[in-house]
Ligand binder design. Structure first.
Ligand code: PLP
Length: 376
């Protein structure tokens, strides 16, 4: 379906082809110069309408389980990798029909499913936990935090499973630079170095903010090249955020304004339903043409229309007071948004819109009452 901008009612996610291509070109350049493969982590972005474009630049997808594996296999093609902290017996055979590489979280999972995966001709990997935290502030995104269930620590490593392993995988970063990767790789080599040489591949996970303006791409390339040469392994990266960083928007409108010690704009979009990371992480998303509170003439609290008192996106200032009907555009909203939306309070899901390089907009998907009802 194709539609002019005027026909599309807010709220909607707008993904921009030109901005996406800018990221994809950087990632392709890294693949070519470092000699590695980059997979899309679908958990961050599963808008499969864009997969034919992404496929021109990336080697395949990675999945968190059966559904993402199927989507990646059917809609993207290329290589399909899967990692799950624990697989379900009744799903495993179907996963084998979609996946090329299956990564397990523990030696017990390898013992339970690894042989079957090998019989089906799949590559088998183990996620390791180098116990090296390099991030501050967001403990819920730190797989190396004490007590983490994610990945096998050296203490829990079991050499008995080595004959079944083709690769090792680690994922420890979140929105980080190549300097954090360098520290992590050092810890991986110190702990698991003796096992690396026997592997066919090493997957460095996601969390690499490769397409951010200040990311040190040259350092990443030198780390990858060194690992490849030293251990004779193929290297995979599986970023999600970096693929769609700053390539999408959430376009909303002001429904009503109220005042209670501060001016408040009630929008037709909700933090709780449409951008849950704003509350979960938490963070303050960038809003077009806005400033910090007090920076511009008129300061407003942007809030959602649900019953949740805390459905607040943040405080921002604008040149003019907001009024019903005004557009409010949230930036960097392609990642971890569409995949996380919900219909709490019976909120409608935002439409999904594609803006092609020539500026035309296509309405990719619109949601209605049935999408709310059918889940309940
Ligand atoms: C195993 C794994 N791989 C890749 C990713 C993608 O990370 P990001 O979107 O931060 O690049 C994640 C994110 O949680 C992950 O858990």
């Amino acid at each position: 379906m194709s539609s002019g901008a005027a026909d599309i009612s807010t709220p909607y996610f707008l993904v921009d082809e030109g901005l996406l291509k800018k990221n994809l070109k950087i990632l392709k350049d890294v693949q070519e110069r470092a000699g590695c493969k980059i997979l899309l982590a679908q958990k961050a972005f599963s808008m499969y309408y864009a997969y034919p474009l992404l496929r021109e630049y990336l080697a395949g997808t990675t999945a968190s389980g059966l559904y993402e594996a199927r989507l990646g296999h059917e809609e993207f093609g290329g290589e399909t990798h899967v990692f799950s902290p624990a697989y379900r017996q009744e799903e495993f055979e179907e996963i084998l029909t979609y996946a090329d590489d299956i990564v397990f979280n523990s030696p017990d999972q390898v013992r339970r499913y690894g042989r079957r995966a090998k019989e089906a001709g799949k590559a088998v990997g183990l996620r390791i936990n180098p116990e090296c935290s390099t991030q501050e502030g967001h403990a819920i995104y730190d797989p190396c935090a004490p007590g983490s269930r994610l990945g096998t620590t050296l203490d829990n490593f079991d050499e008995g499973i080595l004959p079944l392993l083709d690769g090792l995988h680690f994922h420890t970063l979140c929105e980080q630079g190549a300097d954090a990767l360098e520290i992590t790789v050092k810890a991986v080599e110190e702990k698991f170095g003796p096992y690396l040489s026997g592997m066919k591949w090493l997957n460095l996970g996601g969390g690499h903010h490769i397409t951010r303006a200040d990311y040190d791409v040259e350092l990443l390339i030198s780390i990858v090249r060194r690992l490849k040469e030293k251990y004779q392994v193929e290297i995979y990266l599986e970023p999600g955020e970096a693929v769609v960083l700053n390539a999408g928007f959430l376009v909303s409108s002001v429904l009503e304004t109220v005042s209670n010690g501060i001016d408040i704009a009630i929008l037709d979009t909700s933090a709780a339903c449409h951008m849950p990371d704003v509350l979960e992480m938490p963070y303050r998303p960038p809003v077009r043409h806005s400033g910090q509170p007090g920076e511009k003439a008129s300061t407003w609290r942007l809030a959602g229309p649900t019953c949740l008192a805390g459905d607040v996106i943040g405080d921002y200032s604008f040149d003019q007071p907001l009024k019903p009907g005004d557009p409010v555009i949230f930036e960097d909203m392609a990642l971890y948004t569409m995949v996380k939306t919900n219909t709490f309070n019976g909120m409608a899901l935002p439409s999904i819109v594609w803006r092609a390089e020539d500026g035309t907009k296509h309405l990719v998907k619109q949601f209605g009452y049935e999408d709310f009802k059918s889940r309940l």
